[in-house]
Design a protein around this ligand. Structure first.
Ligand code: CS2
Ligand code: MN
Length: 367
């Protein structure tokens, strides 16, 4: 397992690579070129520069989150072929610089959705929360609340240029139901996965967050059935999942460790985080520790260990603690605490994995 940390680049992240380097056991960065408009090819020089910057700081850059998918591909417009060609060129360019995993999502219009970006917990920290009542109305209410509480940061998936076109996007998606969206995803995967197989990059789709349809838009990655369908679209180790424990865990019907055991060989990248259920499908995010949330992080890590997980992991959204201000979900301190906890669980699992032999060893030394 390689522990990593998501970083938004020196222009957009006030966290420094030198600070990330000091998190014990953190080996790499999960990065992206956030300023390249979706649909355009990522130039080699830009990838090379990012890679060099990360390596100069003593870290690795082997995971990209995300290379986003142009809406024309998701809607299935004739222009999709051009955007797929660009995507393929980006894959090839990234492979030249040693990238091993690309995380992406196939959510229409919105990426993740939360209704509160600074939900206050009893200990005075804040985190992200979701209340389903607030997404029953017009999406413009949510857009406004995200804009008002993002501390001036542009949140991935909520870029102002994108939000400006939301009304038009809803019109463009009007004929796209779940079946159509699935067919468009299959078309995309059929085109790109053969290239990934050639150049050695694993694609890892992120679950829909929250894992349910929103604002009448279909969603394709919510549960086990969806995962089976995605595997069937192109069955290859290069067509894999970003296993985001928090996103899938937001639906209490998803048995997170069981999904890991079932799809273990298709998981090159894990987002490990906890959430706490409120009532009626509402939840807030929590510190990573099992006792702070509703997910059993030990069981999750154990399932990963049992399936021989040897991919990349990162803590996911953290709380804002110790007076830190920054991009909601992406501060330094709580994510660093998350890493330390996850590494602790992992070390215990590694050292305990020869457990069956231990009692007899004790016995023989006592004789
Ligand atoms: C999510 C997403 O994991 C996360 O932080 O909130 O923004 C995720 O990065 C994308 O859906 C992946 O494409
Ligand atoms: Mn995630």
């Amino acid at each position: 397992m390689q522990m990593t940390f998501r970083w938004y680049g020196s222009n957009d992240d006030k966290i420094k690579l030198s600070e990330i380097r000091q998190i014990p056991g953190c080996k790499g960065i999960v990065g992206a070129l956030f300023d390249i408009p979706v649909g355009e090819v990522w130039p080699k020089e830009r990838i090379a520069a990012l890679k060099m910057q990360v390596e100069d700081a003593g870290l690795k850059l082997e995971v990209i989150e995300s290379v986003n998918i142009h809406d024309d591909i998701k809607i299935g417009l004739p222009s999709r072929d051009k955007y797929i060609e660009n995507y393929i060129q980006t894959i090839r360019n990234l492979a030249e610089y040693g990238i091993k995993v690309i995380c992406y999502n196939f959510m229409p219009i919105f990426d993740w959705v939360r209704t509160d970006l600074a939900y206050e917990l009893p200990d005075g920290s804040t985190d992200l929360a979701f209340e389903h009542k607030k997404v029953e109305g017009d999406p413009s209410d949510i857009i406004k609340s995200v804009e008002d509480s993002s501390n001036g940061y542009v949140l991935p998936g909520w870029e102002p240029e994108r939000l400006a076109q939301v009304k038009q996007l809803f019109k463009d998606y009007s004929g796209v139901d779940e079946e159509k969206l699935a067919a468009n995803m299959e078309y995309f995967l059929q085109a790109i996965i053969p290239v990934c197989e050639q150049v050695g990059i694993k694609m890892a789709i992120h679950p829909d967050d929250p894992p349910r349809p929103l604002f009448g838009l279909p969603r394709l990655f919510k549960n086990r059935e969806d995962m089976l369908r995605i595997v069937k679209m192109y069955d290859s180790p290069y067509n894999g999942f970003t296993f985001c424990t928090g996103s899938l865990g937001e639906n209490p019907k998803n048995d997170v460790p069981a999904l890991i055991r079932e799809f273990g060989d298709k998981i090159p990248f894990v987002h490990a985080r906890n959430i706490k259920f409120l009532t009626d499908g509402d939840f807030h995010e929590s510190a990573h520790l099992s006792s702070e949330g509703s997910l059993d992080m030990y069981e999750i890590m154990k399932a990963l260990h049992d399936v021989g997980f040897d991919g990349y992991m990162r803590p996911d959204h953290g709380r804002m603690i110790w007076g830190e201000t920054g991009r909601p979900g992406y501060g330094l301190y709580d994510r660093a605490l998350g890493i330390t906890y996850l590494n602790g669980l992992w070390e215990a699992l590694e050292k305990g994995s020869d457990k069956p032999n231990k009692p007899s060893a004790v016995h023989s030394s006592a004789q």
